[in-house]
Write a protein that binds this ligand. Structure first.
Ligand code: KIV
Ligand code: ZN
Length: 515
């Protein structure tokens, strides 16, 4: 069996997708879960891109012990040095630096000749190696680059000290046969390639990311990069869970193993979906909610006779256990804390107590508390962090009738500590709430995207709202799960606004320290 290292870039390439904005605490939670999931490398962010990214990468590098933590840097001295400051506390400091190598990128984006690009790449790798024992170098847009130019530049960056060479299909342009043959060609022609790791990085613009990544593995890749649930810019990156399960189920063919703890798949996928607000399509391979559902009579008949007729992957393999009734209205604090521990949550006493209060409130209104409900309650506590004063919804009331004008009234605590009561109307209940909240926050709010879904099954299931909005031209995403979708919608709206307030607060604090 060949070992294929899994490089996760959910927090960097994934976080670059439109509408995703994770705070440091949420990124830390995802990183901890990725470590449990067994990924070899976590790309925690792009430290030079913003103080927030720097802080998150630094905290992740200082926390995660069983996966290597890396960060992205352009081929720029200040990016590499800033990344060192963020990553030096890691167990094995690793840097990921890149430059574009395709004619179109070199000419129009970089405005550099191929010779200049080689020189910049070599200088940046040499500088990076002064700090980092592990340096990955990527040829951005490799699949639209000249092969012999790739050979030349790779010869030089390996000589300069790169320890991994990454060949990204940046715009998702390659076909599996082409991408595989590029790996073969570079393996056979680049000097010293056998001493470094060879990595694949595929985007999904043509829906070929999984096929391309597997083709790279067949043709010499020893590392593959991707994201959980395939999130990422445009059509996203390859979904890591698809590769990990493919290598497991078809180990007879690929003769490779990833080191991924497959039982953590579902949990990892749910956490990323919840915190990013990116919903998983129902028919998504491996983690979609219908991935193991058999509808047609012929399939059901086959399944009853022998599950192997139609089921090549069992839900159990990926930790998709049936949701049982875990706790109820009469469950005590002790049982609740035990269950939280069993589910893998490590919360302070204060947060556990707060989660317990939320659980009791929910149990009063909802008969059966499922594992999904607990997951939402506990995750909410885990990622809650704020020393900044924010908006707090105290109550929301909506009057709706088929022949009335919907009217909402909101009572909320404002960041200045006052309690305000505001009212407004709208064409529907949700619009009335949003109009009221816009009055409350006293700024220009534009709703970019808004979705509600149910957390679990049944008519009393929690409703989850995700809202992507711009507030005075700054974009953020908020989410909330509550028993009523209108309450969840109001809270998700304020959550999106609060994220901006918290971000600005930390920014001010940083600036004050810097002065
Ligand atoms: O897609 C890409 O080319 C990238 C690089 C920065 C590796 O994400
Ligand atoms: Zn990418």
């Amino acid at each position: 069996m060949r070992k294929i290292d899994i490089f996760d870039t959910t927090l960097r390439d994934g976080e670059q997708s439109a509408g995703i904005n994770l705070n440091t605490q949420e990124k830390l939670e995802i990183a901890r879960q990725l470590e449990k999931y067994g990924v070899s490398i976590i790309e925690a962010g792009f430290p030079a891109s913003s103080p927030g990214d720097f802080e998150a990468v630094k905290q992740i590098a200082g926390t995660v012990k069983n996966s290597i933590v890396t960060g992205l840097a352009r081929s720029v001295k200040s990016d590499i040095e800033t990344s060192w400051e963020a990553l030096k506390g890691g167990v094995q400091p690793h840097l990921h630096t890149f430059i574009a190598t395709s004619p179109i990128h070199m000419q129009y984006k970089l405005n550099k000749t191929p010779e200049q690009v080689i020189e910049i790449a070599v200088e940046s790798v040499k500088l990076a190696r002064k700090y980092f024992p592990l340096v990955q170098w990527s040829a951005e847009d490799a699949t639209r680059s000249d092969r012999d130019f790739l050979v030349r530049i790779m010869n030089e960056v390996i000589k300069a000290g790169a320890t991994t060479i990454n060949i990204p299909d940046t715009v998702g342009y390659a076909s599996p046969i082409e991408y595989g043959s590029l790996f073969r060609y570079l393996s056979e022609n680049v000097r010293g390639i056998e001493k470094v790791k060879l990595s694949a990085h595929c985007h999904d613009d043509l829906g070929l990311a999984t096929a391309n990544t597997l083709a790279a593995i067949e043709n010499g890749a020893t590392q593959i990069e991707g994201t959980i649930n395939g999130i990422g810019e445009r059509a996203g990156n390859v979904a890591l869970e698809e590769i990990a399960v493919a290598l497991h189920i078809r180990c007879d063919y690929y003769q490779s193993e990833s080191g991924i703890v497959l039982k953590e798949t579902k949990r990892t996928s749910q956490l990323v979906s919840k915190l990013t607000g990116v919903v998983i399509q129902p028919n998504k391979a491996i983690v979609g909610k219908n991935a193991f559902a058999h509808e047609s009579g012929i399939h059901q008949d086959g399944m009853l006779k022998n599950p192997e007729t139609y089921e090549i992957i069992t839900p159990d393999l990926i930790g998709d256990v049936a949701t049982e009734l875990v706790l109820g209205k009469h469950s005590g604090r002790h049982a609740f804390f035990d269950r939280a521990k069993q589910m893998g949550f490590q919360l302070s006493d204060e947060k556990l107590n707060a989660a317990f209060v939320a659980f009791k409130k929910l149990a009063d209104r909802k008969k059966e508390i499922t594992e999904e409900d607990l997951f939402v309650l506990l995750t909410d506590q885990q990622v809650q962090t704020s020393e900044a004063e924010v908006y707090e919804l105290e109550s929301v009331q909506v009057q709706y009738g088929t022949s009335n004008i919907p009217t909402a009234t909101v009572q909320a605590k404002t960041p200045s500590g006052e309690v305000e009561v505001v009212s407004s109307t709208g064409a529907g209940s949700v619009e009335a709430i949003f109009n009221t909240l816009e009055k409350l926050v006293n700024g220009k709010v534009h709703i970019i995207d808004y979705r509600v879904s149910s957390v679990s099954k049944g008519r009393d299931a929690l409703g989850e709202a995700v809202i992507n909005l711009s507030f005075n031209d700054v974009i953020s995403t908020g989410r909330n799960a509550s028993q009523d979708v209108l309450e969840a919608s109001a809270k998700a709206y304020l959550n999106a606004i609060n994220r901006q307030i918290v971000k600005a607060h930390y920014q001010e604090q940083r600036e004050a320290v810097a002065q």
